[in-house]
Design a binder for this molecule. Structure first.
Ligand SMILES: *[C@@H]1O[C@H](CO)[C@@H](O)[C@H](O)[C@H]1NC(C)=O
Ligand SMILES: *[C@@H]1O[C@H](CO)[C@@H](O)[C@H](O)[C@H]1NC(C)=O
Ligand SMILES: *[C@@H]1O[C@H](CO)[C@@H](O)[C@H](O)[C@H]1NC(C)=O
Length: 260
């Protein structure tokens, strides 16, 4: 019946009438764009695998209507704990044991990286094609929220919801609540770090989490497969964009299908 009504509306649209397509917005669902920043694509922590996800994210922005979108960004001060340059004698790839910010008796192992995603640098900026699309949507068709995470130099933050010690939460969970969001469609970089952290926290906080597997990447197919297997264990649904779109058609998608 619903399908029949949509087809009816499409027929009207072809006659040139205005049609309220916004009613077919992906209800209670937010698009999550995790750390699609230049440094993770071809900057200081770049990977030749990363840019393949960009057309998938463009498609999710161009052909779908969302009640809410959020884009996270690593946003590290220069002396950040995750930078090898903050630890004399250590190099990228090493790790260090750091006391918890609020519990000195607890220790966590922090991986060390080249400097990355420093505010106001090119590397910290969201990839141009994604950023241009977000600018055209934000506050005009869709609320867009930017999460600048890991600003505390003492503790890293893979998740867009909270730092790795749950010392401090971002505004994300309350923003999602304000917009009635129940489902997160997750994309971005990199699968085994910030995508993993955000997805797991999403599950912990009670969201249904869907990971679009061809809209996320990391350093190798093996690392990606291991991260996806772990996320499936947490209850994250993992599927490719084609399969997700088939299950969640938009008016634009239906229109194209009819024309074929
Ligand atoms: C990264 O890729 C962009 C887009 O393809 C290009 O404009 C830029 O020059 C590249 N930068 C580096 C450091 O490779
Ligand atoms: C960090 O602590 C773990 C567990 O105690 C230990 O195995 C590891 O060697 C320590 N790493 C460093 C760099 O001290
Ligand atoms: C998407 O996944 C399905 C399996 O569920 C597979 O048959 C299909 O080829 C995949 N499509 C793409 C574009 O990867």
């Amino acid at each position: 019946m619903w399908t029949y009504n949509i087809i009816g509306l499409l027929a009207l649209s072809e006659l040139g009438h205005a049609v309220p397509f916004s009613s077919k917005i992906h209800k209670n669902t937010a698009l999550a764009i995790i750390d699609v920043q230049n440094d993770f694509i071809n900057g200081s922590l770049g990977s030749p695998r990363a840019s393949a996800i960009l057309p998938k994210i463009y498609q999710l922005l161009d052909n779908h209507e969302w009640p809410f979108i959020f884009a996270s960004q690593d946003w590290h001060p220069l002396d950040h704990v995750s930078f090898a340059s903050s630890h004399p004698g250590d190099v990228a790839g090493d790790s260090v044991n750091e006391s918890f910010v609020d519990t000195p008796t607890k220790v966590e192992t922090q991986a060390l990286y080249a400097d990355h995603c420093v505010p106001e640098t090119w590397g910290a900026e969201i990839e141009r094609g994604v950023q241009t699309r977000l600018h055209s949507l934000e506050g005009y068709r869709t609320p867009v929220n930017y999460i600048k995470k890991a600003q505390d130099h003492r503790v890293d933050s893979y998740s867009a919801f909270a730092d790795n010690q749950y010392h401090r939460f971002t505004t994300l969970h309350s923003e999602l609540g304000l917009h009635g969001i129940e489902t997160l469609v997750v994309t971005g970089l990199i699968t085994n770090a910030c995508v993993r952290g955000t997805s797991i926290d999403g599950v912990k906080l009670g969201y249904e989490v869907v990971l679009i597997e061809d809209a996320t990447e990391t350093l190798s197919a093996e690392i990606k497969a291991a991260a996806i297997a772990e996320l499936e264990g947490w209850g994250v649904q993992v599927l490719n964009l084609t399969d997700w779109e088939s299950a969640n058609p938009t008016p634009a998608k239906l229109r194209r299908r009819r024309e074929l």
